[in-house]
Design a protein around this ligand. Structure first.
Ligand code: DP6
Length: 416
């Protein structure tokens, strides 16, 4: 019996994060996390931004435990408990003969799991993904449900996370049923469909503690008439137009819709009592720079979108536009004193070469953007952006077969 208790079964997966281009803001059911409108997002390349998660099961574990970025956190909250309960219900028989592991469906009720998650990007980017643990647990427990049904469980961890179970462009369908069974994510197009797009995230320096999305959207639902109008009248039409723009790779339509939707979401925040401010002066400056440039070009080069914080997510139509964008961003927002270029542009750093920037002196000698008419009144804002991350649309969760990448020790099931 003692011998039997020794095994530990591990699964490790890499899960992406996503950024909405048609926003989810507002719930019709707080416990089940059911949205008041559909939303669409783009999944970001997990090679640049991802959450790695290892889950383990062993008869030796005394309780469910979780570690996030190396620190143990409590699993007592309703959201964790709902996800764990729902996934356990769907667990199936598992057998790994070489390790002497045999778990029957009914055993899962009494077996405990350990979960360790690690974000490869600073959490300041505000892009955490709670879909990660779920994709992993499903594999560990040999769950047979498809990604769509899994997304309905991930949704109960955090609404926007349900869109991270697919790559490319993803729609979260709000659904109609009261039990939430039809509120799930579907893929609009995969990540290869529109691979010209380049995404530049500006992580904006901010000292302000932001209102959480969960409480912010609750207050908006309670007090904003604009949100009601948005959810009922505006978003349903925009979703159709956005899906069409994505399928036909119509960048001008895509950019117009994404920018308008981001701006409307922040207008809803302002229409909330008391008003919520997520964007700051730097965010507003970035919008002006992009708008001015798009106008001068006669057709959009870059779309912008902002979530519940000041960081800008800029989607460039292609690599050429992305290098011109980076030049503009570094022109207005050079690194603060002491910062070096390598820690200022992260992710796909090759964009620096494309923009012709090798060292700091190249940043200092960047020319005035030609759309600027009055070069006398030009102001620069060194240090107002903490760093940039360059990425692109990417794939959904991937299970890693290489055991050396596991975050938990294969013998003890504890963090390495
Ligand atoms: C502004 O998914 O964080 O990013 O469901 O309460 O966990 P909960 O909220 P969350 O809200 C995200 C809101 C948003 C827009 C979006 O991602 O669609």
């Amino acid at each position: 019996m003692a011998e039997e208790k020794k095994w530990v079964r591990l699964v490790t997966a890499k899960t992406p994060t996503n950024i909405a281009v048609i926003k989810y803001w507002g719930k019709r059911d707080e416990a089940l996390i059911l949205a008041i409108n559909d939303s669409i997002s783009v999944t970001l390349d997990p090679n640049h931004l991802c959450t790695t998660t290892t889950v383990a099961v062993s008869p030796a574990f005394q309780q469910d435990r979780m570690w996030l970025n190396g620190k143990e956190i409590s699993l007592a909250g309703d959201r964790y408990q709902n996800c764990l309960r729902e996934i356990r219900k769907r667990a199936c028989d598992v057998e790994e003969e070489d390790k002497g592991i045999k778990i029957a469906k009914k055993d899962w009720e009494s077996l405990h799991v350990h979960i360790a998650s690690y974000n490869n990007f600073p959490t300041a980017a505000g892009l955490a993904s709670s879909a990660a643990g779920l994709a992993c647990l499903a594999k560990l427990m040999n769950v047979k449900e498809d990604q769509g049904q899994l997304s309905a469980i991930a949704r109960q961890g955090s609404g926007s996370a349900c869109r991270s179970l697919y790559g490319g462009f993803v729609k979260w369908i709000m659904g109609n049923s009261e039990d939430g069974s039809d509120s799930l994510a579907v893929q609009v197009t995969d990540e290869k469909h529109w691979d010209d797009l380049v995404i530049l995230i500006a992580v904006v320096s901010s000292r302000q503690k932001e209102t959480s999305s969960t409480s912010g959207m609750r207050e908006s639902v309670e007090t904003s008439l604009l949100l009601k109008h948005r959810a009922q009248e505006i978003v349903p039409k925009r979703i159709i137009q956005m899906e069409e723009a994505i399928k036909t790779k119509d960048f001008p339509a895509f950019a117009r819709l994404a920018c308008a939707d981001s701006n409307q979401f922040h207008a809803v925040c302002l229409d909330t009592t008391p008003p919520i401010f997520y964007m700051n002066d730097t965010s507003h400056r970035i919008i002006s720079i992009v708008e001015k440039w798009n106008l001068a070009e006669g057709t959009p080069q870059v779309a912008y979108t902002f979530d519940a914080g000041p960081n800008a997510v800029l989607i460039a139509r292609d690599r050429k536009a992305a290098s011109l964008l980076l030049q503009r961003m570094l022109f207005y927002f050079p690194p603060g004193a002491g910062a070096d270029l390598n820690s200022y542009v992260l992710g796909d750093e090759s964009i620096l070469q494309d923009a012709g920037i090798k060292e700091m002196k190249d940043v200092e000698s960047l020319p005035y953007p030609p759309e600027l008419k009055d070069t006398n009144s030009i102001q620069k804002y060194a240090g107002d952006v903490s760093y940039f991350i360059c990425t692109r649309p990417g794939q959904g969760p991937v299970v890693l077969s290489d055991e050396s990448q596991a975050l938990l020790n294969p013998n003890t099931g504890l963090p390495k």
